[in-house]
Design a protein. Structure first.
Length: 132
């Protein structure tokens, strides 16, 4: 996939940030969760190598997940954010660059209607490693 495959404008996040949203059957770019079209896409930029922490809070009767892609649309740490946890959360080290964060419903129960969520994204720059 290329960045323009997600279609339209992608909201930009500047960590630390908290975003609330609603996932509905008409949302999505058919990328993150097997082409079901149930996803919201966000972009964020990392200024330097650091730790990105993500938390996705949603109702316990739904299974929302998150997936992080780099600018070439390669999944970063594939299992992160794809469990049945409530909330979904995880951290990963990323290099400087632009990334895409997808919020998706794993079980594809589109007939259940929209679902609200809260997404928290934080960034902490890693200290440089000094030579020995």
């Amino acid at each position: 996939y290329a960045p323009n495959d997600i279609g339209g404008a992608v909201p930009a996040l500047i960590p630390p940030v908290q975003v609330t949203g609603t996932l509905d059957r008409n949302d999505g770019a058919h990328v993150a969760d097997e082409g079901d079209g149930l996803e919201k896409v966000y972009a964020f930029r990392i200024p330097a190598k650091g730790m990105v922490s993500i938390k996705l809070t949603h109702p316990s009767d739904r299974d929302l997940d998150f997936v992080v892609y780099d600018s070439a649309f390669r999944v970063r740490k594939p299992r992160l954010g794809r469990k049945t946890n409530q909330p979904e959360k995880g951290s990963l080290v990323l290099s400087a660059g632009t990334y895409f964060l997808f919020v998706t419903e794993h079980d594809r129960l589109t007939s259940r209607g929209p679902v609200d969520y809260t997404l928290d994204v934080a960034f902490q720059k890693l200290p440089p490693i000094l030579p020995k």
